[in-house]
Design a protein around this ligand. Structure first.
Ligand SMILES: N[C@@H](CCC(=O)N[C@@H](CS)C(=O)NCC(=O)O)C(=O)O
Length: 220
């Protein structure tokens, strides 16, 4: 039976980009459906009634939500070009860092982008502290798991495209030469064809996040 793979996403979502990379790494053909999050489709609401968010992967009519869950599903379903290592300890490590990205680093960076005054300073400090942990983990390595792109790299991909947009729009600087290993990692990542050819357009991202920034920081 021919497989049917659909990916509900938006043009800009870093969470959806993870799935695009994974599907393309595996060489899976799929249909991409771009949602308008201000007017979510009935299908999206049907497929992800709990979170009502993208990305959603629909494989032969069955929906899977939450990007890290989807990545693991993809890896278990299509075995070629594995994104999780064989060794249980290494798998646990990849999952640990993926969780750290979404539960610690993203909230701190998001607060630095959206808050003002003392709250922003605290969020910047927290972000820098979190980035230091990542820097330590990447020391002496090309990717999180070693020589090859894996789960943690895919999950941290937003550091390669979204963080520079946040920095450009807000004037805040997080990723600089205090983090040489992280900078080298973003370069390695962005040179991979699967990554390079799928970045959302820079100018469009600036317009989107400039508008968002202004919403959080209205002119006084
Ligand atoms: N934890 C989710 C986060 C997904 C997420 O936040 N998606 C955003 C777009 S970037 C969304 O669909 N937001 C719609 C909403 O919050 O109503 C994942 O990893 O998939």
């Amino acid at each position: 039976m021919a497989e049917e793979v659909k990916l509900f996403k938006t043009w800009s979502t870093p969470f959806g980009l993870r799935i695009t990379w994974a599907l393309q790494l595996k060489g899976i053909s799929y249909e991409a459906i771009d949602e308008d999050l201000s007017n979510k489709s009935a299908l999206l609401l049907q497929y992800n009634p709990v979170y009502k968010k993208v990305p959603v992967l629909v494989h032969n009519g069955k929906p899977i939500s939450e990007s890290i869950v989807i990545l693991e599903y993809i890896d278990e379903t299509w075995k070629q070009n594995p994104i999780l290592p064989e060794d249980p300890l290494e798998r646990a490590n990849a999952r640990f860092w993926a969780k750290f990205s979404d539960e610690k680093l993203i909230p701190s960076v998001w607060s630095a982008f959206t808050k003002e005054g003392k709250e922003r300073e605290e969020a910047m400090d927290a972000s820098l502290e979190n980035l230091k942990f990542v820097e330590e983990e990447l020391k002496g390595k090309k990717f999180f798991g070693g020589e090859k792109l894996g789960l943690a790299d895919i999950v941290f991909g937003w550091l390669g495209n979204l963080l520079p947009i946040f920095e450009e729009v807000s004037g805040l600087k997080l990723l600089d030469d205090r983090f040489p290993s992280l900078l080298a990692w973003t370069k390695e990542l962005s040179e991979l064809p699967v990554v390079k050819y799928n970045w959302p357009p820079h100018d469009k991202m600036i317009i989107k996040y400039q508008a968002l920034y202004e919403k959080f920081h209205p002119a006084k």
